[in-house]
Design a protein around this ligand. Sequence first.
Ligand code: 5AD
Ligand code: SF4
Length: 490
Amino acid sequence: MDYLEIEEKVAKMDITLPPPEPEADRQYYFIRKLQLWMEEKKKELGRPLTACITTFGCQMNARDSEKIIGIMEMIGYEMTDSEEADFVLYNTCTVRENANLKVYGRLGQLKKYKKKNPHMVIALCGCMMQEKVVVDKIKQSYRNVDIIFGTHNIFKLAELLSLKLLDRPESKKMIIDIWDGTTEVVEDLPNERKYSFKSGVNIMFGCNNFCSYCIVPYVRGRERSREPEDIIAEIECMVKDGVVEVMLLGQNVNSYGKTLEHPVSFAQLLERVEKIEGLERIRFMTSHPKDLSDELIEVMAKSQKICKQLHLPLQSGSTRLLKDMNRHYTKEDYLFLVEKIRRAIPDIALTTDIIVGYPGETEQDFEETLDVVRKVEYDSAFTFIYSKRTGTPAAAKEDQVPQNVVKERFDRLLELVQDISAKKTQKDVGTIQQILVEEQNQHDANLMTGRTGRNYLVHFPGNKDLIGKLVSVRLVESKGFYYMGERIEE
Ligand code: 5AD
Ligand code: SF4
């Protein structure tokens, strides 16, 4: 359903009756209740209420925040970047410790705003909230938080907000609603895309891989795929609304569809998405190397719409560590896979994730990682310092690598990655590429910024009318991570 259809359904809700049973209808009911409350509030205050949503972490969270903003806007909140808002929400990430620390810091700073505006509602959601220790700490030390919910019940936001604002406005009691897991995927709730012309699309939720260092399977629950019909319908609706590029999202898209009643492979899903008229570009992430099929490579190679870009997390080049990490591939398997992909799609851009300082990592292990980086020559790589996540098997390991050693290896890796990226971008200078224009350059209003199919950023002289359009640009100069270009008139 599109935004207007949902809006119509919401307007028809009769709030004198008890809430209806089906989950989406139930939420429309609470949105309606809050809309009417908002009308009153606006009159009383002489201004609309505002909401500030901050997102930490990955593309999944970014997509979840679009759903949150969709619900808030339908209720009638006005979005703002200022935390002096009537509703402030942090959609949190817990993949690495740093992200957690940032949230605590920001929460501390909110205290002064809440003093000024005692009716301010502070809400927390996302992966951090799925950890009991985190919720306990917030209950103890951050009493100004009003609502906490998790990764499995984002769709309940209107219901929780209604409980807070309409049923017990004076209560200081924190509303906490965290689920351990769910098999439910609630369709047809409003969402507000950040960009009008491109969007993320969830194709599955959760992860079953339990890589030894990773907390995601614990906070995002077991893998569940959306029905292909629902995915296609959502994308068709987006395309009607002006979207030309989609990013299919899942922790491990290569195992998409295995748990459906009528199993569908990821490659088959891609073939169906490709057929959607008006859609120009398809991207996806993340691919686990152990599940990347020949069928997928074949579909990518012959596709006109799937971008020639693949994010293929390596994590480590050491077979010994990969085994310990529970990754189910060896260094040689990985290199063989890359070779196979490059043979089928020679101009593909490859990116990766690498962890430095995994417990027990020796200089020899690290050299293996550098070796893979040199052999694969990634277009770019996200490099992470290992972060100990309580509750994961790796956190219990005793041979944690000293910080100074990790730092020194991290710097060496980064230098290598950057050298290779710079060399690779140099190669395409002079070529003409199709780019999707995304925004005005933040530093120079005469420049527009877009992305090539291989996901490189290009800045070029142009005007705002081009936003959301695919245009041809000659890459004039490489700047390491991005290009300066000039438009070629078709
Ligand atoms: N420490 C450091 N990096 C991690 N990642 C996941 N868990 C950890 C951790 N405990 C990285 C992996 C993954 C990316 C999203 O985050 O490289 O691919
Ligand atoms: Fe974490 Fe591994 Fe799942 Fe990725 S595949 S989310 S690294 S457990």
